[in-house]
Design a protein around this ligand. Structure first.
Ligand code: ADP
Length: 483
């Protein structure tokens, strides 16, 4: 894409006033002489000669002025007559430009590279050849063409190792006013599209996953419907069994749709910090009571330990409720019948509250921060933790827990299988609240999930409490409620 330069003059020529002045002055001279000739003060021959001389002089002056104006007008149009201060401004702009820009000289040598380009290509002080810094044959070809004065080009390239990247390279020839056979340089601008490409792919994957998740129960529903209409039409026993399965599948679709809507709602306002405030002790009690019946059906005991201080956190009540509800629901879902789930609230006053983990549950356990709060030395947090005695999660799966639709192998099928969206929702809500989310788990020993929320301003300024003790329940021993 070579920029087309035009040599057409601008419609309003800059020497137009000068032409007008010359014409006026000459016209005035002829007019005065004509008056003198008419009044008899000047002879007709002298008038004629004088007028011709005046017109000739005006014409010579006009042509001289025109050729003098021409050379100074041209560079101004081409933008070439930059004053030193303007050149400095251009240099400063280039240096601060957050986009990699390079000027490539004859032989593919890097003549200029702004700091973004140096960082992007890992260039040292010695800049060397473009071909050693960027091994992309199509980009190098486009640069060679531009150095020959050919049209510019836009080239896309991707790398997968050592890091995945997607880049658009724009190459344009630049003609310099230098003597010699190589007046062209190539300007190379690199636009990093990696994050937008990744977001695009994630969206496509998400849509594919969501439709796949919905299609499975839908296919099963339509299969059962066909069987009920056909072979099992008069089989009462089969009909009842199929209807029960169909009810489960419809429930599963409803859960999926609810979770998808919830995720999209959370994502939509993730950048808007919540303004409300929530008492975490009260909220943990409400969630525990609401899920008591679900737990009782499988003889699971919910043990709630409240913090011995108020735990007023900054946040949206419904969203924090959803976080605690998801964690307790998971603990119940993945626990064996007759086991115990512990829920406890801590209101640590220490500044390092976000990093504070309970005592290691098992020497072999894996621990991971799934979402870290922003670095703020003044922020203090209250924590809600949920511990179960379920199967635990292998260390290798921990980093994937908050991925959408991720389910640990072996827990993927069956009517009670989750949607794989619960922890993704938790992570998004926690990050909207500028909080933290951690997991500790050991196969065979169970898991502890912790969600941290920033203390509301009034409580955050209260004097720090002394460091807490050792065990998770004992260390915050407040009211222990067995539900
Ligand atoms: P789901 O709806 O499948 O429970 P989540 O996003 O809540 O989706 O959880 C993702 C996966 O993490 C689950 O499918 C399960 O494999 C694993 N998981 C979550 N919580 C626990 C837990 N308390 N114990 C064991 N595995 C868990």
């Amino acid at each position: 894409m070579v920029e087309e330069r035009t040599n057409r003059r601008p419609l309003k020529s800059p020497d137009r006033p000068r032409r007008r002045d010359i014409a006026l002055t000459a016209g005035l001279g002829v007019f005065i002489m004509a008056v003198l000739a008419l009044s008899g003060e000047m002879e007709a021959g002298v008038f004629l000669a004088g007028s011709l001389a005046l017109a000739g002089l005006a014409a010579v002056y006009y042509l001289t002025a025109l050729t003098a104006a021409e050379p100074s007008a041209r560079p101004a149009e081409a933008g070439a007559s930059l004053r030193p201060v303007e050149i400095d401004a251009c240099e400063a702009m280039l240096e601060r430009l957050p986009i990699p820009v390079l000027l490539i000289g004859p032989g593919g040598r890097i003549e200029r590279a702004n700091p973004s380009a140096r960082a992007f290509l890992g260039l040292g002080a010695e800049r060397g050849l473009l071909s050693t810094a960027l091994r992309q044959p199509r980009v190098l070809e486009a640069v060679s063409a531009a150095l020959r004065g050919e049209r510019g080009a836009a080239v896309e390239y991707s790398t997968l190792a050592p890091l995945e990247s997607h880049v658009r390279a724009f190459v344009e020839p630049i003609r310099l006013d230098v003597p010699g056979p190589m007046p062209f340089r190539a300007m190379l601008v690199l636009a990093d599209d990696t994050s937008s490409k990744r977001a695009e792919r994630m969206r496509a994957d998400f849509l594919a996953n969501a439709s796949h998740e919905l299609r499975t129960p839908l296919a099963s529903l339509s299969g059962f419907l066909e069987t009920l209409q056909g072979p099992a039409h008069d089989d009462e026993e089969a009909r009842d069994r199929f209807l029960a399965i169909m009810k489960e599948q419809t429930e599963r679709m409803r859960r999926l749709i609810d979770d998808l809507l919830s995720l999209s709602r959370v994502e939509m306002n993730e950048h808007v910090a919540p303004t409300g405030s929530v008492e975490l002790n009260d909220l943990a009690r409400d969630v525990t009571e609401a899920l008591r019946l679900v737990a009782e059906r499988r003889a699971i005991t919910l043990e709630l330990t409240l913090a011995d201080t108020p735990a007023q956190v900054r946040g949206d009540h419904d969203q924090i409720y959803e976080v605690v509800e998801n964690l307790v629901e998971n603990a119940i879902k993945y626990s064996p019948d007759g086991s115990q789930v512990r829920i406890w609230v801590e209101a640590p006053r220490t500044r390092d509250g976000a990093e504070h983990m309970p005592e290691r549950m098992d020497p072999q356990s894996g621990r991971l921060t799934l979402s870290a709060p922003p670095l703020d030395p003044d922020a203090r947090f209250a924590v809600v933790r949920v511990r179960d005695n379920g199967p635990g999660i292998e260390r290798r799966y921990l980093p994937r827990l908050a991925e959408r639709f991720f389910r640990v192998d072996g827990q993927k099928s069956g009517p009670t299988a989750g949607t794989g969206l619960g922890l993704a929702i938790v992570k998004h809500i926690v990050s909207r609240h500028r909080g933290g989310f951690t997991v500790e788990s050991a196969p065979g020993a169970g898991s502890v999930f912790s969600a941290f929320f920033m203390l509301a301003p009034a409580q955050a300024t209260a004097p720090p409490a002394p460091p807490s003790g050792t065990g998770p329940v004992e260390q915050t021993a407040g009211a222990v409620t067995k539900v």
